[in-house]
Design a protein around this ligand. Structure first.
Ligand SMILES: CC(C)(COP(=O)(O)OP(=O)(O)OC[C@H]1O[C@@H](n2cnc3c(N)ncnc32)[C@H](O)[C@@H]1OP(=O)(O)O)[C@@H](O)C(=O)NCCC(=O)NCCS
Length: 167
């Protein structure tokens, strides 16, 4: 398998490219259906946001592909300065296409960025989640994140980056 790609069952995780952006715009808009206040207002806004994520996260901008199309993506910075926590692995965004949710794609994407965080010597992963995004808050809690604060409608969560399973 070429460097920078990982295969998890039927999905392949690889670096995201500019060519992925149009497909990811649709994916993002669908994933946030019903959660519009925490998503992007329009496909145009989503395109700007995705380009910003790709530019900002560089090696932490990863796409999960199945059946020849993106079915999820994650954008994480492995050396993000947080004013309270210090330098952390910051998970800016994660989204899985509705028809692929609940199949382990999100978990596989998180595990890839944990590996990136470890490679950068990070010990903590952190993120912001919308207060009303109960589904994602439950999901993060199930995956070991704890709520540590809030800013307006946004909840701050963090967890120690787990050790590699095969170390
Ligand atoms: C949140 C999201 C990324 C989760 O991705 P996913 O691919 O559906 O999640 P997975 O299938 O990898 O879930 C893995 C585990 O969590 C469990 N799980 C799934 N959804 C859950 C939920 N809402 N609450 C608790 N546990 C949940 C699964 O049963 C599975 O458990 P197991 O490993 O013990 O079998 C996806 O629902 C999504 O795209 N949501 C919309 C966008 C969004 O809210 N993003 C977060 C922004 S902060």
């Amino acid at each position: 398998m070429p460097e920078g790609r990982a295969s998890t069952g039927t999905i392949t995780i690889r670096p995201g490219t500019l060519e992925d952006i149009p497909a990811l715009v649709g994916l993002l808009m669908q994933a946030y259906r019903g959660l519009e206040e925490y998503g992007e207002e329009s496909p145009k806004e989503a395109k700007h946001y995705l380009k910003w994520l790709r530019r900002t996260c560089k090696e932490g901008f990863l796409v999960a592909e199945a059946e020849g199309r993106p079915v999820g993506f994650i954008a994480a910075c492995p050396d993000w300065k947080d004013w309270e926590l210090g330098v952390v692995l910051e998970i800016h965004e994660i989204a899985v296409a509705p028809d692929w949710q609940g199949k382990g794609v999100g978990k596989a994407l998180l595990e890839e960025v944990y590996a990136l965080g470890r490679a950068h010597g990070m010990s903590l992963a952190a993120l912001w989640v919308g207060e009303g995004n109960r589904k994602a808050r439950r999901w993060y809690t199930k995956l070991g994140f704890k709520e540590i604060g809030r800013w307006g409608d946004w909840i701050r969560m963090f967890r120690p980056i787990p050790a590699a399973k095969d170390e």
